[in-house]
Design a protein around this ligand. Sequence first.
Ligand code: PGA
Length: 230
Amino acid sequence: MKKILMANFKSNKSVEESNQWLDEFVKQVSWNNVGNFIVGVAPAFPSVEEFSHKITEARVPLKLATQDISAYPAGSYTGAVSVRNVADLGISYAIIGHSERRRYFEETSELVAKKVTQSVDNNIIPLVCIDEPYLEEQINLIDTNMYNKCVFVYEPLSAIGTGDNVSVGLVKEVFAKIRALCGDVQCMYGGSVTDQNVSEYLLVADGVLVGSFSLKATDFAKLVATATAV
Ligand code: PGA
């Protein structure tokens, strides 16, 4: 399995700023060296379509992700972005159940489980974000047949956007808990990952989700260079 290096812009950047990022990033990465890794980006929804076209034009193996997906299929769900809405945009991954969605948008583990179903049923790999307080609850709510179609991302709240990344030892322990519940699944880490600590995490993790340190194209390109040099 290739390890995943995923950028998450969150609600940052205008469409133009996002496009500038993409143009710079595509130029700065040595794409021939990323063979054993999957490099991806999750811009805000208004940029997803243009990113899809630009990535195709650039002919680089950059994967596109959404930061969320509706818990419901196409239909009368005003304001939601369904799997159908992005069906022709070449989406590979969807970040689902990020702690910011749980905290600011009151997403429950039940809702997150529905989003996982939508995603898996439509061949989008869900990056299911979990933290210890609701790890077991969340996993128990996901259809057991879907476990091996998910990538679980351990995102400790204390480490998100704080610079206070957790120890690799703790990450390993939490991955063991996840795997005890759902078998040999892919597990990523997210929380203050930079070019300085990415290699350490990749010793135990199947990938990293990068927020703050992905916002400058040069930084994320540096992180990709560091990770893929190992
Ligand atoms: P951070 O965010 O890299 O800024 O800590 C990670 C995340 O929330 O996915």
